[in-house]
Write a protein that binds this ligand. Structure first.
Ligand SMILES: *Cc1c(COP(=O)(O)O)cnc(C)c1O
Length: 359
């Protein structure tokens, strides 16, 4: 693997790689699986792992699929790429576009709070053309689907099958790390590309006997943006978890297939449950993720009440994105105020107490 090696080189035999496919890479994939010290033991799991997809080059799992989508775009001679985004897809597309000299156009929903500031800053720093659509993500996605076809610009949303191909490598890594599939995979569901991709990856590894078992796929939507749970599109999705604020998921049907084939479930978690999990992850596990990512853990913590036993189970939660992308949530929800002090040792000691005497 090269110094910037990524998923394409590592998993090329399982990917749509030809002799003419450039090995696009900037260090995506090979993300850590961190063993839970607090939540897993409390739930009685045999082992709970957090797969830290925030460790990808632009801070989310989108880089896996983007690397593959960009490789195929370059292979066919594309000059421009376009996507609709709640933030992370645009950050990823903009980064890979910059590196591989593809002009990148992103359409984001224009409303306040629709896209986290960190993600927008990324897209702009990488030099993408950012267009704010006065409408929802779903409207933006509809527009880019039509515009890309008419103007011959490569569409890099997860409706592009190469995105799914790249993202399935997350499942390969889990099996490579654990030696088999986990019992349960917990994952946030927005446009439903990732749950589709993971299920494809687990099945492909199982078909070539790299895994003996298949996991139950446990997908979680935010209560105010839960079209799959409700069985109908949501006109005006609302949730603090902007990365999964999607009312009409593009990969709705394959997500249902993943759920049903795996004997899994797709359930809703409330924003309060998401925030609880978000703070719990930071404070008891040292994992700072974005709110959407915490939906996987919020969902896991809800499973006992849904009658799913966790005792003795090996569970992986996909922690889809880095917490620094959306710091305003922590600022607003952590409910901890600064304390101020004069720059004097006595005053500081008065605040933090007597010196610790060790016994
Ligand atoms: C894109 C994204 C999701 C949702 O993934 P889908 O493939 O749209 O279901 C979840 N969390 C984060 C951080 C994301 O960027």
């Amino acid at each position: 693997m090269g110094a910037t090696g990524g998923i394409i080189e590592r998993y090329r035999q399982y990917l749509p790689v030809t002799a003419r496919t450039p090995l696009v890479a900037m260090g995506e994939g090979n993300t850590p699986m961190v063993l839970s010290r607090s939540i897993g033991p409390e739930l009685g799991c045999k082992a709970l792992y957090f797969k830290l997809e925030g460790c990808n080059p632009t801070g989310s799992f989108k880089d896996r699929g983007m690397a593959m989508a960009i490789a195929k775009a370059l292979e066919k001679g594309a000059k421009r790429i376009i996507c609709a985004s709640t933030g992370n897809t645009s950050a990823s597309a903009a980064a890979y576009g910059a590196r591989y000299e593809l002009r990148c156009i992103v359409l984001v929903p224009a409303g306040a709070g629709e896209v986290a500031v960190g993600k927008l800053a990324q897209a702009m720093a990488y030099g993408a053309r950012v267009i704010a659509v006065k409408g929802s993500f779903d409207a933006a996605l509809r527009l880019v689907r039509e515009a890309s076809a008419r103007l011959d610009i490569e569409l890099v949303n997860s409706v592009n099958p190469n995105r799914i191909e790249g993202q399935k490598t997350g499942a390969f890594e889990i099996v490579d790390d654990l030696g088999d599939s986990p019992d349960l995979l917990c994952i946030p569901v927005g446009n439903a590309g990732n749950i589709t991709a993971y299920w494809k990856g687990f099945k492909e590894y199982w078909q070539v006997a790299k895994a003996r078992n298949l996991p139950r796929m446990m997908g979680f939507q935010a209560e105010g943006a839960a079209p799959i749970v409700r069985g109908e599109p949501v006109e005006l999705p609302v949730t603090i978890a902007s990365a999964i604020r999607i009312g009409n998921p593009a990969s709705w049907k394959p997500a249902l297939v993943a759920r049903d084939e795996s004997n899994g479930m797709i359930e809703a978690v409330s924003d309060d449950q998401i925030i609880d999990a978000y703070l719990r992850l930071a404070r008891s596990e040292g994992v700072f993720c974005e709110p959407a990512s915490a939906a996987s853990v919020a969902g896991l913590m809800k499973l006992p009440s849904l009658g799913v036993p966790l005792a003795g189970k090996t569970v992986v939660c996909i922690i889809t994105g880095n917490g620094l992308k959306d710091p305003s949530t922590a600022e607003r929800r952590a409910r901890v105020d600064f304390e101020f002090v004069e720059p004097v040792l006595d005053r500081v000691e008065a605040l933090i107490g007597a010196p610790v005497t060790r016994i």
